[in-house]
Design a protein around this ligand. Structure first.
Ligand code: AHR
Length: 508
């Protein structure tokens, strides 16, 4: 017999406004993300600009609200001036971060055309590794100022008169990491980020900045780095970044430990996020008080995903190396859903999140020259970005628990819910973490019971390792469910083991 669980929702019991920017992506000049992923003039599937039509259609399905670019580790050695002007004159360089060759055929103008076509907000990372604060300010001038100055006129000469008006700017990337070009200690980074942000804001007062937090909680500097940077640069920071990757077996920085698979812990790995976000939210409060500041700083989870590091590879100084091309399975999709649940439950402090990355490199979309397929993690990403809006509701969840090696006793049922007052539409997202037991769930609305259920999808299948491939692209997808019956403000449904269910409700 299935185990029993219940979820109770009340539109007055809320956790925060859901920022649409929680549903973001990240496109780095890395491996085959840009070249042969998004941009591939040699593919028969590309349009006259070289953009892959099929990839663009899939990215539109993902409905990304914000897109981080151009790195990642890549950005710490990137000279943005290489990527502008006539393509034939753009230099080829060694990109040291991933040991590849950067052809610069895709640069600032091409990225903005891509972002505009997707209808996504650009989030540009400046180079604080080899780059100077002046170069960062010059880039803001190039992208955002009306014509009449050196760089804004150069932009117009390169084909774009209207300023792009990029609002979100990352102040470097993972500057605490030994792998980072131009790694710094916390004090040096805090000062450089502060000075860069100051100049960039003097150039365009409308920008919002994102400073680098520790690149992982495993970093020796965590959370001192975070407190140092926040305290020193608080007045020039609007968002503070967090990065985290999970995997089964659990990844280590060196990736040399021989660890056993532990699916129960993996499916509970979003608990790590709770702790990380709580720690940084506390650090923000401390820094705010130290600065006697009235303004708020929010969290920007601008790199997150499942990453096995098994296919790391080596760029080998080629133009589009096959590196980090992870293949995702059912349990990875469930983990992604639990992380998205956590973002919704932390909606008061987390305002931006970007899945790392979008195509080929640790990504929901995999391509080859003549085809693409949607990986398992594609489906939760699309469902949340399309349906989670309004306020995040605080669900009362009664659920059986099970023991996990890493996170102690964990509820089998993981839930988040949203409600849009303007339209009356609600969405409930439910993950059954059990590998063996179905859950019989009663979902009830304490107030404002919806008139109807308007949509339901489920991912399941029993095999945690099942995934999609070029040969079998739809083996694991979100399948439409027969709508359960709504009876007096309650529905009952059975969630199979290892499943993710989305339920939409609203008015008819
Ligand atoms: O997303 C892949 C890499 O992971 C990024 O370039 C870097 O910021 C992080 O270490």
């Amino acid at each position: 017999a299935p185990l029993r669980a219940s979820v109770s929702l009340h539109t007055g019991r809320t956790l925060g406004e859901i920022s649409p920017l929680l549903f973001g992506g990240f496109a780095e000049h890395m491996g085959r993300c840009i070249y042969e992923g998004i941009y591939d003039p040699e593919s028969p599937l590309s349009d006259e600009r070289g953009l892959r039509r099929d990839v663009m259609a899939a990215l539109k399905d993902l409905n990304f609200r914000i897109m981080r670019y151009p790195g990642g580790n890549f950005v710490s050695g990137y000279r943005w001036t290489d990527g502008i002007g006539p393509r034939a004159e753009r230099p080829r360089r060694r990109a040291l971060a991933w040991r590849s060759i950067e052809t610069n055929q895709f640069g600032p103008h091409e990225f903005m055309e891509f972002a505009e076509e997707l209808g996504t907000e650009p989030m540009w990372a400046v180079n604080l590794g080899t780059g100077t604060i002046q170069e960062a300010a010059d880039l803001v001038e190039y992208m955002n100022l009306p014509t009449g100055t050196l760089y804004s006129d150069l932009r117009a000469k390169n084909g774009r008169t209207e300023p792009y008006g990029i609002k979100y700017w990352c102040l470097g990337n993972e500057m605490d990491g030994p792998w980072q070009i131009g790694q710094m200690d916390a004090h040096a980074y805090a000062e450089k980020a502060l000075q860069a942000a100051k100049l960039m804001r003097w150039m365009d007062p409308n920008i919002q900045t994102i400073a680098c937090g520790s690149s992982a909680t495993a970093m020796p500097g965590y959370p001192d780095w975070d407190l140092t940077v926040l305290s020193h640069a608080y007045n020039q920071i609007d968002y503070f970044s967090m990065h985290h990757y999970a995997a089964n077996p659990y990844p280590t920085v060196s990736n040399t430990e021989d660890l056993a698979r532990d699916t129960d812990s993996f499916l509970a790995s979003s608990l790590h996020f709770d702790e990380h976000a709580d720690t940084l939210a506390a650090a923000i409060r401390v820094a705010k008080a130290k600065n006697r500041s009235k303004k708020d700083v929010y969290l920007c989870w601008d790199e997150w995903n499942v990453w096995y590091r098994a296919k790391a590879g080596d760029g080998g100084w080629s133009e589009a190396p096959h590196i980090l091309e992870e293949e995702y399975n059912l349990e990875d999709a469930l983990v992604v859903a639990t992380w998205l649940n956590t973002f919704l439950r932390k909606a008061d402090v987390v305002k931006i999140a970007c899945i790392a990355q979008i195509v080929n490199v640790i990504a929901p979309i995999m391509t080859r020259r003549d085809a693409m397929f949607r990986q398992t993690i594609f489906y939760p990403l699309a469902l949340y970005s399309r349906h989670a809006r309004g306020v995040s509701l605080d669900p009362l969840v009664r659920s059986p628990r099970h023991a996990t090696a890493r996170y102690g006793d964990v509820k089998l049922l993981d839930v988040s819910a949203s409600f849009d007052e303007a339209t009356g539409e609600g969405a409930t997202f439910l993950v059954n973490r059990s590998q063996t037991q179905a859950l019989h769930v009663t979902l009830g609305w304490e107030d404002e019971a919806p008139q109807a259920l308007t949509g339901a999808w489920q991912m399941s299948g029993g095999d945690p390792l099942a995934g999609n491939s070029f040969g079998d692209p739809d083996a694991v997808t979100a399948q439409p469910l027969t709508l359960p019956t709504l009876d007096g403000g309650r529905v009952s449904l059975t969630l199979p083991p290892l499943s993710f269910t989305t339920l939409l409700s609203g008015h008819v």
